[in-house]
Design a protein around this ligand. Sequence first.
Ligand SMILES: O=C1O[C@H]([C@@H](O)CO)C(O)=C1O
Length: 550
Amino acid sequence: RVRRYKWEVKYEYRSPDCFKKLVIAINGRTPGPSIIAQQGDTIIVELKNSLLTENVAIHWHGIRQIGTPWSDGTEGVSQCPILPGDTFIYKFVVDRPGTYLYHAHYGMQREAGLYGSIRVAVPDGVTEPFSYDYDRSIILNDWYHRSAYEQATRLSSRPFQWVGEPQSLLIQGKGRFNCSSLTTPSLEPGVCNATNPECSPYVITVVPGKTYRLRISSLTSLSALNFEIEGHNMTVVEADGHYVEPFVVKNIHIYSGETYSVLLKADQDPSRNYWAASNIVSRPPVTATSVTPPGLAIWNYYPNHPSKSPPTTPPTGPLWNDTESRFAQSVAIKSHKGYIHPPPLTSDRVIILLNTQNEIDGFRRWAVNNVSFTLPHTPYLIALKERKGHLFDQKPPPENYDVANYDIFKVQENKNATSSNGVYRLKFNSTVDIILQNANTMNPNNSETHPWHLHGHDFWVMGYGKGKFDPINDPKKYNLVDPIMKNTVAVQPYGWTALRFVADNPGVWAFHCHIEAHFYMGMGVVFEEGVEKVGQLPSSIKGCGETRGH
Ligand SMILES: O=C1O[C@H]([C@@H](O)CO)C(O)=C1O
């Protein structure tokens, strides 16, 4: 089946957390319309850019784009940006069932509200390894009051100005900022209005006794979250489009770019409502200069009134710095027994990626093996496919860092990095191991969580560890039996995460930290594989850099 969508991307005034600001909406909505499809369907999105002065591009997060690498929607990698006034057609096949996302992949536009969900059902006649009565989706997000332009300007200023913690957390586009905490009075009356229905909590209405599949995803700009529905256990059954061996949790950690399905039975006191809450983990939700209140939605037992407040205080989740509970969840996830797709037992190439915060000419950057990523002016797919190789740095980025001597627990002695737009060229069909190695930031005793997202692939999560990855002994502990496959995985503070994938999807694929500010600051790499096998590029992806007029 072919599913066609006609979307118009436009700035609109919205108050998702009671504070009025400009958001980027699709057909007037943020989150945008959901794509609901079935495995094997072809999705055609006709996207009109009505931003007047701003380019746009939309990435289909978790969709591998097999045979359509030009539809990946990654500005600078797979396409030129879509100019104001232009209409671009994305066309791709959703080849696997599961929970996926879409969002802007140009500048920091995702942060302005340009995102939504993709739900792909199994084909007719195919059953899933669990059952439920109803299927619901929510996207968790964090929300800033500054514009994405201001945030980007701050990050690329000297001296560096950090974006700071978010003003609120949203659940399916709704949150609540405390208007009385506004420090600067606004010139415009009503800019923050606590009674605006736009910021009433999101409501999930449930029928007592029924089982719900809740698809939970995160597209935060910065925050790692813990999500909980008060009084209800959740059985985790899917992660990033793959069935997992079911396990029960009270609350779930979710990093930007991840998706999970959990089963929930509406088996608690039906005479009242319950809180659904998202809480920040891994960074302090309360700092000297900011307080981020929890994101709150209502788990509404039918027929109670949806706005009836639960009689309890919302759950606060684990302590923000409880790294152990986050490691524990990571290692608890295994592939579902009936759906194990084991990894190749060995790899052809191991690339170790040290994640550090650095400076270049006094500008604050993030770097991988001391190289900070920049996007080329001519998208890689076009440069490589049409053999204009000189359009980006031909020197490949380093495969490793100084493993023997580098102290990951200390502030780096030499904070200077270089920048490059070089790529890793992978042998087609080869098996590649990537080790994400975390380290101290430029602040003493500080290491942050980074969710890394790979385009064009799912990878096996081979293992997690604390401290420095040992290239001799740690691979002996890899899970070769039933590792989960994902497209996004976190590396914990001072820890490492090992993943494996097969470079079998012709194209050029970004791999980057899903924290909006971090990718903007250079925390990413690009892989090329089998580009010579890519079919003829559509001319609609061209029009920038050296592709003009070709
Ligand atoms: O890039 C970052 O900058 C800040 C902080 O290190 C600034 O001091 C932070 O938490 C980041 O992730």
